[in-house]
Design a protein around this ligand. Structure first.
Ligand SMILES: *Cc1c(COP(=O)(O)O)cnc(C)c1O
Length: 364
């Protein structure tokens, strides 16, 4: 078996013990005589799987009973609509446009109400988190303030949450979910597409403060599927959920717990990020993309002086068993996504390759 060092931004690396456990259980799930893939979502065995997944997630994050946990489909993208449909009760919300996905969310929300851009870093190519010193004042009388906490494409991250006063904070945490502790009570709602750090594609975890979902969605036109109220009442089983995806997420949650939980994850992830940023800061060949104060611990973005050099770096990585380092087309260059399942050894292998590449360029 040859496994590569997978730095893909998502779908992304999963922990090997999780994959192996799935493999073992795949054909006959714990004596049920059938696979989870073949099992009714209304069966006893499946009820146990989804309940366990939720309970484990509640333990590792520390989610109080005042919040509901939903396992939905449609990716993070469907939540761009789901959030205004459910939460825009007064018809106005504020958006911090710190990257591509934040901008898409803002544009989608504008279809349903007054979606105000509170701050943006687009003028500097989304290389930083914008200044948010006025946010508390701006947030007054809004239904919510929306942020994308880790900007997957640009490699930037909020290192402090904005102070929105009494206005609920809503965050897309897709690419930093389970990478570090999450102080859930600072938020009205967080959501994450699982395929970055929590499981396979096809599951979106939504954690929402119950009082915000009230009797139902803010907007009449909200599709039944997208009603957080309905989904919460039906325990994410209003219709057939992504049964297999939720099963895999549950295993990843357990793995995180066994590794020591979110604090341990944060420690290792910070260490992994530091190794790469140290190489970048000492380099004459690579340039880090993100402003130092906004650097992500999940996605490390960088490039060389020319696209030809970038291509040579990406091509050479293959030979070292390093995959997935080509960046998104919006930035070009390279991106190393160093999610939980990417090991310290994998990051050291990438750092060693970067240093060798640098040597070879300097001696040219
Ligand atoms: C990947 C990603 C998305 C889009 O996710 P889909 O599941 O493909 O819709 C949105 N936001 C962030 C922060 C992401 O990383």
């Amino acid at each position: 078996m040859a496994r590569v060092h997978n730095f893909s931004a998502g779908p992304a690396a999963l922990p090997l013990p999780v994959l192996e456990e799935i493999q073992q259980e795949l054909v006959d799930y714990r004596g049920c005589g059938m696979s989870v893939l073949e099992m009714s979502h209304r069966s006893q065995a499946y009820a146990q799987i989804i309940d366990d997944a939720e309970a484990t997630l509640r333990r590792i994050i520390g989610i109080p009973d005042t919040y509901r946990v939903l396992f939905l489909q449609g990716g993070a993208t469907l939540q761009f609509a789901g959030i205004p449909l459910n939460l825009m009760r007064r018809g106005r919300a504020g958006y911090v446009v710190s990257g591509h996905f934040a901008k898409l969310a803002w544009q989608e929300a504008a279809r349903y109400g007054d979606a105000r851009m509170l701050a943006t870093s687009e003028d500097t190519g989304f290389d930083r988190i914008p200044d948010l010193s006025r946010i508390r004042e701006q947030a007054r009388d809004l239904d919510y303030v929306y942020i994308c906490q880790n900007n997957t494409i640009f490699g930037t991250m909020f290192h402090a949450l904005p102070d929105t006063g009494d206005t609920p904070l809503v965050a897309d945490v897709s690419s930093c979910f389970l990478s570090m502790p999450l102080d859930i009570e600072r938020y009205g709602l967080v959501y994450a597409g699982a395929q970055k750090n929590a499981g396979p594609a096809g599951v979106t975890v939504v954690i929402v403060r119950e009082d915000l979902i009230g009797e139902g969605p803010a907007l009449e036109c909200c599709p039944t599927y997208m009603s957080y109220r309905r989904q919460a009442d039906a325990k994410s089983m209003m219709n057939t959920p992504n049964t297999f995806g939720i099963y895999v997420c549950g295993k990843v949650f357990r793995w995180v717990e066994q590794q020591g939980g979110l604090k341990a994850m944060a420690q290792t992830n910070s260490e992994k990020a530091r190794i790469l940023y140290d190489v970048l800061d000492a380099s004459e060949v690579f340039r880090p993309f993100a402003e130092p104060a906004s650097r992500s611990i999940a996605n490390v973005t960088f490039r060389c002086a020319t696209p030809e050099l970038d291509a040579a770096f990406i091509e050479g990585a293959r030979g070292r068993g390093i995959e997935g380092v080509k960046a998104h087309r919006l930035t070009g260059g390279m991106r190393a996504s160093i999610y939980n399942a990417v090991s310290l050894d994998g990051v050291k292998a990438l750092a060693a390759y970067m240093q060798d590449f640098e040597e070879s360029r300097r001696s040219n």
